[in-house]
Design a protein around this ligand. Structure first.
Ligand code: M6R
Length: 609
């Protein structure tokens, strides 16, 4: 979390930095700050809260300089406050640092620096970097001082450093937190993510762990932290600034929900082979032989991506006959997972930068596993450090609540099921049926959107409630988890997702007239069982909102409200049943006046463990 933007060039740095910070606000919005060097003076501006507060403060400033760094914070060490806002400076305020990550040995370093006479101005771990660089800046070489300072540091960092005594250089370095460098005409940009700089350049290089870059006005030099010279490939960004705008919607989340007719299409474009009843996933070509030999898959992910993996478990076990385990990334590395030569590990991540998922990926690689990625952000750490993988092609997802990435992940996992299934026991006919059903999904999603007004009406009825239960079985149990997560993260309503039958083993005690249940009750093999679960809720006075298969009139006898989804094959039903749950959560949060795109305490990309 936290977003960093830096600039060096011949333009005014301030507008570039503030605009970049706004694009990165999804990474944190506890405080924001900017440091600028102008005519050998270093000036720092910061404020608590969102970037807009900082912008207001800056309105009267002039002559701000052509070199600067900036930061939007998601607090880890130290409360969200003015003094803890970045940039942090050294003792004589001659240099400034912005940091994303966690310095694990900061207390030891802090005590040591205090004994050397340094006074700390904040409670953050990051401030030690500024003091260390100041301490080692003895011969005027800022790059060398940063390199030396980072030798003392344990933990993760993406940093930007500038100094009033080095007005022609901007330093960036990373270990464990992402940093991308934009290459323009006589100017360079540094950012946590390319969305902050795409307005200015499409040419970027992605720094790897333990890389340091010295951006000067006439060129740049990249080295490892132990000062070996390295070179990087220049990539071309594949998205443009328009995809970062709300496009007429009130919130990014709603825009991203509505984009799903296209994003699902994009995830399958060129990948479905209808006649052969299979799929092609070019990113897996290098491991095709291995794919034939595996008998076990471990999916590792967090949050919504973990829910997509759970759906994948149902798909791959049923249709490809491969045993699947789904692991929370944050737990995976603290166990001693058994990985044999017939096990393949897939890490799933929208951002490709989630620290827990990255750590799990590295643990699996250490154990000799072939690790493949399913991610959205091109050039992200997971995309670059896996043995191969599949991109979602969903475009930037800005709303903190993940929506279109989830359905794109489900689409990609369906394709994977088709590919692996056809290598094994899935017949040609069944493959053709799945491929045909997949191609119909975008049209079916568009049909669900037509009920948006009805969903809004239901949202008005239930928005005052403070507790919800979400129930589903089989393929739709993970959807119940996802629906509950959507509601809680953006509306702050307590919501629990449960396998419908498991509800009677505990949560049923919570049910009363004030705790509505959202039940996914599709016309599939578990329909009758789910109806029985609905009756159990109703018998305790609970209200039911059912997600049902279109034309199912029977369900109206059991539920207080019904939202219909078109019929598809069971394995693809989560792609449809999740849509009303996303819309319901969105409308309830909007009615409650919540900050939908930037809910409290959350950040889009969780880059700390
Ligand atoms: O970028 P990732 O897919 O790795 O992110 C994982 C979770 O942090 C993410 O899905 C989170 O749970 C979302 N806020 C859910 O909407």
């Amino acid at each position: 979390m936290c977003g960093i933007v830096g600039y060096i060039g011949d333009k005014d740095a301030y507008p570039i930095l503030i605009e970049g910070l706004i694009a990165l606000e999804y990474r944190g919005y506890d405080s924001a700050g900017i440091a600028l060097v102008n005519e050998s003076a270093l000036t720092v501006f910061k404020d608590k809260g969102k970037v807009d507060h900082l912008r207001t403060q800056m309105e009267t400033q002039t002559k701000l300089g052509t070199l600067g760094i900036s930061h939007t914070r998601w607090a880890t060490h130290g409360a969200p406050s003015y003094k803890n806002a970045h940039p942090h400076t050294n003792g004589n305020d001659s240099l400034a640092v912005v940091h994303n990550g966690i310095i694990e040995n900061f207390e030891i370093l802090r005590e040591k620096l205090k004994k050397e006479g340094i006074t700390f101005k904040s409670e953050t771990d990051s401030e030690v970097i500024a003091h260390l660089v100041g301490k080692y800046l003895t011969n005027g070489n800022l790059g060398a001082a940063v390199r030396r300072a980072l030798q003392d540091i344990e933990g993760t960092f993406g940093i930007g450093v500038i100094s009033r005594d080095n007005p022609d250089v901007l330093i960036g370095a990373r270990r464990g937190s992402p940093l991308v460098v934009g290459i323009g005409e006589k100017e360079f940009f540094l950012a946590s993510d390319a969305s902050a700089i795409v307005r200015h350049t499409k040419k970027v290089i992605y720094l790897n762990d333990n890389n340091l870059i010295e951006l000067a006005r006439g060129g740049y030099r990249t080295t490892t932290l132990d000062n070996r010279k390295i070179s990087h490939k220049i990539h071309n960004l594949e998205f443009d600034a328009d995809s970062l705008a709300k496009g007429g919607y009130d919130h990014f989340m709603l825009k991203e929900i509505m984009e799903q007719t296209n994003t699902i299409k994009n995830a399958m474009r060129g990948r479905v082979l209808c006649d052969e009843g299979t799929a092609r996933l070019d990113g897996l070509n290098l491991v095709l032989q291995e794919l034939r030999q595996i008998n076990r898959i471990i999916f590792v992910a967090c949050g919504t991506s973990w829910h997509a993996a759970l759906v994948g478990e149902y798909m791959l076990e049923e249709l490809a006959g491969i045993s699947v385990e789904v692991e929370y990334a944050s737990e995976f590395r603290y166990r001693n997972p058994i990985i044999d030569p017939h096990t393949l590990v897939f890490v799933i991540s929208q951002s490709g930068e989630t620290a827990d998922t990255l750590a799990a990926m590295r643990e699996a690689q250490r154990k000799g596993a072939t690790v493949l990625g399913i991610c959205n952000v091109v050039g992200s750490s997971i995309a670059r450090d896996t043995h191969g993988g599949v991109y979602l092609h969903a475009g930037p997802e800005i709303g903190v609540a993940s929506t279109k990435a989830f359905t794109s992940q489900l689409t990609v996992i369906s394709l994977l099921t088709l590919l692996l299934g056809r290598m094994r026991r899935l017949s040609h006919d069944d493959g053709v049926t799945i491929a045909g059903a997949l191609e119909a999904v975008p049209r079916q999603v568009a049909k669900i959107f037509k009920q948006n007004d009805e969903i809004k009406t239901i949202a008005h009825i239930y928005a005052p409630h403070n507790n919800f239960l979400y129930l589903g079985r089989s393929y739709n149990f993970p959807v119940a988890l996802e629906g509950a997560l959507k509601l809680k993260e953006i509306s702050y309503i307590h919501a629990e997702g449960y396998p419908a039958a498991e509800m009677k083993h505990g949560p049923i005690a919570l049910i009363d007239k004030d705790m509505p249940s959202v039940v996914i009750a599709l016309r599939d093999s578990v329909y009758d069982k789910v109806i029985s679960n609905i009756q159990e809720v109703r018998a305790r006075g609970g209200k039911i909102i059912a997600i049902a298969t279109e034309k199912d009139k029977e369900i109206q006898k059991h539920a207080h409200h019904v939202i219909y989804v078109p019929k598809t094959i069971p394995m693809l039903s989560p792609l449809l049943s999740v849509i009303p749950l996303q819309l319901l959560a969105y409308h309830i949060a909007a009615i409650r006046g919540c900050e939908i795109d930037q809910p409290r305490n959350l950040a889009k990309s969780v880059t700390v463990e």
